[in-house]
Design a protein around this ligand. Structure first.
Ligand code: NAD
Length: 245
């Protein structure tokens, strides 16, 4: 039965306050998982309720807090979703932009994986899902230099973890969405100064002619978290409405 796909599994999600992380937390709970939904913005978690869901304030750049939350919850499924977007070319990127983006988009994923692996290995397995992007080693787009570099690193991290722990029951995959209709996307569109033109441009680069819904990405998260993907590891899953075609 579809609602039992994650029965008995414990899933930890970062950046679950809104967007893809929230949709994934809801989808995994609906599939029977016990979900710990975390976000730096604990107010955003207030209305994230329902059977199987508990919440926790968590800034993924606070390594000690991240290690503590992951170790205490002991997830079978880890969805590293937190990420931030830097806008600009390489000429626009200050040293602190590189540091901030790698801290959230890459290092925090690695820290969470370090904290989750011992228990996963002890229990005979686990599923790790990292959030990358089609803007990565898959393709370049204008004004996303720092972002694309970090998301390419996520793909490298994913393959490395998959290769190192494949014999211990650990699967590690990552997701490469195109443009997803999430709250922060609208902030980025407003920041361009011409919301309508920017939205039209983002939709135009999706060859299907529309943005993705967060729930469409969440469906892939559930698949990668479940035993249906038991023979799948080390892969980057492009889910982009044809953006990279
Ligand atoms: P979003 O950007 O709308 O929301 C991000 C959430 O992350 C917010 O709730 C925010 O409070 C939380 N957050 C920010 N910094 C945090 C931190 N340090 N610790 C914990 N939580 C933190 O969500 P989204 O657009 O769905 O993006 C989620 C992920 O998907 C990101 O990694 C993003 O790079 C990736 N992604 C998004 C798109 C897109 O078009 N929206 C495309 C490809 C990949």
């Amino acid at each position: 039965m579809p609602h039992e796909r994650l029965a008995g599994k414990r899933a930890l999600v970062t950046a679950a306050g809104q967007g893809i992380g929230r949709a994934a937390a809801e989808a995994m709970a609906a599939a029977g998982a016990t979900v710990l939904a975390s976000d730096i913005n604990d107010a955003a978690l207030d209305d994230l309720t329902g059977p199987g869901i508990t919440t926790s304030a968590l800034d993924v750049t606070d390594s000690a807090a991240l290690r503590g939350v992951v170790a205490r919850f002991a997830p079978d499924i880890l969805f590293n979703c937190a990420g931030l977007v830097h806008a600009g070319t390489v000429l626009d990127a200050a040293d602190q932009d590189w540091a901030a983006a790698f801290a959230v988009n890459v290092t925090a994923q690695a820290v969470a994986i370090q904290a989750a692996l011992p228990t996963m290995i002890e229990q005979g397995g686990g599923a790790i899902i990292n959030m990358a992007s089609v803007v990565s080693s898959v393709m370049g787009v204008p004004n996303r230099c720092v972002y694309g570099a970090t998301k390419a690193a996520v793909i490298g991290l994913t393959k490395s973890v998959a290769a190192d722990f494949i014999t211990q029951g650990i699967r590690c995959n990552c997701i490469c969405p195109g443009t997803v209709d999430s709250p922060s996307l609208h902030e980025r569109l407003r920041a361009t100064g011409d919301y309508e033109a920017a939205l039209a441009g983002f939709i135009a680069r999706q060859k299907m002619g529309r943005l993705a819904r967060p729930a469409e990405i969440a469906g892939l998260v559930v698949y990668l978290a479940s035993d249906e993907s038991a023979y799948v590891t080390g892969q980057e899953f492009i889910i982009d409405g044809g953006m990279s075609l």
